[in-house]
Write a protein that binds this ligand. Structure first.
Ligand code: FE2
Length: 356
């Protein structure tokens, strides 16, 4: 199907002439005023617009300014038609955004070749834009696939490590979910807003599964011991925090964004710190403990109590766990985060009911 050219001229003789010259190669739509052209453009998209400059009411420059201000119309190519072929008009035409201009009266060969050249450029531009868009889509898709693959590898690795301590294999997913719930609720209430941005929450959720990777260096005999750990065994157990941080440096230190690595290491290193400073490995106190680690502490302890382990049954009813967490408010846990966790209610219960 041939291309459509809209010719805008208040002089009917000129419209007829343009139609005669171009009608053999193109479909011609005619408008005898700027207003009529706008009405046409409301429901049609020509491939090119030829605009007379001197028209009553809305002149050619005004029409083109309107077209350039309209997101739907601004990419349509425009050629001005003018009887005053002087430099000043020529400059104004290009400044207005026209790709070319043709002097009147038209010489058929000149009008045809200018129109054909403009449409050819238009075709190149369109195919180039399409190509760039397709390639951008391919790149976005590839980037998304790599990110997803990386996420699966991280979660898979964390699951493997977690499965050694006799958990049911859900700890990674559960804690990640609780971390997201807590962080989103904190954000909704405008708490810790200087740190807790949408980007921070995404990175924190991606970092959460890595919090215990250092357990890979803790022997099974300690991880799976049903009874109390000896002082020496407890020291080894505690070292999983510093080991996690070191492992993260080693495996993702060179490939991930700096912000994310810092957050992942903070969570891994400090999720067993206590608000009162009696935790490990560094005995940090209160807000010295990084926010992500304070959130993870709640998620981690809740899951440890709620789920079954090979050495202990799940704790029920849930109120019993709530009591333990409430007792830890301001001693073991950040009081604000504890309050938020204890008020999650519906979304938490919903998850607990349907998780698998
Ligand atoms: Fe841990």
């Amino acid at each position: 199907m041939s291309e459509v050219i809209l010719v805008v001229d208040d002089d009917t003789a000129n419209l007829m002439l343009a139609k005669k010259i171009l009608g053999g190669d193109f479909r011609i739509a005619a408008a005898n005023s700027g207003e009529a052209a706008c009405r046409y453009l409301e429901s049609n998209r020509p491939d090119l617009v030829l605009v007379d400059i001197n028209m009553p009411d809305m002149d050619g420059f005004e029409l083109v300014a309107k077209m350039k201000a309209n997101p739907q119309w601004k990419s349509i190519s425009v050629i001005f038609l003018t009887a005053d072929k002087n430099e000043e008009t020529e400059i104004r035409c290009f400044q207005a955004g026209a790709v070319d201009f043709v002097g009147k009266p038209f010489l058929p060969e000149i009008l045809t070749s200018r129109v054909k050249r403009t449409l050819e450029l238009e075709r190149y531009r369109n195919s180039l834009e399409k190509m760039v868009e397709e390639q951008a889509q391919q790149l976005t898709g590839a980037f998304r696939r790599i990110s997803e693959m990386q996420e699966h590898v991280i979660v898979g690795m964390a699951n493997l490590i977690e499965s050694r301590d006799g958990s049911t294999g859900k700890h990674v997913k559960n804690t990640q979910t609780y971390v997201r719930m807590i962080a989103q609720e904190l954000e909704r209430r405008g708490l810790f807003s200087e740190v807790l941005t949408g980007d921070y929450i995404e990175k924190l959720c991606k970092a959460a599964p890595l919090h215990d990777v250092g357990k890979i260096q803790v022997p099974d005999s300690i991880l799976q011991k049903p009874g109390r750990l000896t002082a020496e065994e407890y020291e080894i157990m505690k070292s999983h925090t510093t080991c996690s941080s070191a492992i993260l440096d080693e495996i993702i230190g060179d490939v991930e964004e700096e912000d994310y690595i810092r957050l992942a290491k903070d969570v891994a290193m400090h999720h067993h710190e206590r608000w009162d400073g009696k935790g490990y490995p560094m005995g940090l106190k209160g807000e010295e403990i990084p926010l992500g680690a304070r959130i993870m502490a709640l998620a981690d302890v809740f899951d440890a109590l709620y789920e079954e382990r090979c050495y202990k049954p799940p704790m029920r009813p849930i109120e019993k766990i709530y009591e333990i967490l409430a007792e830890g408010r301001g001693t073991q846990f950040d009081p604000v985060i504890t309050d938020v966790f204890l008020s999650l209610n519906e979304p938490l219960w919903e998850y607990l009911e349907h998780r698998n």
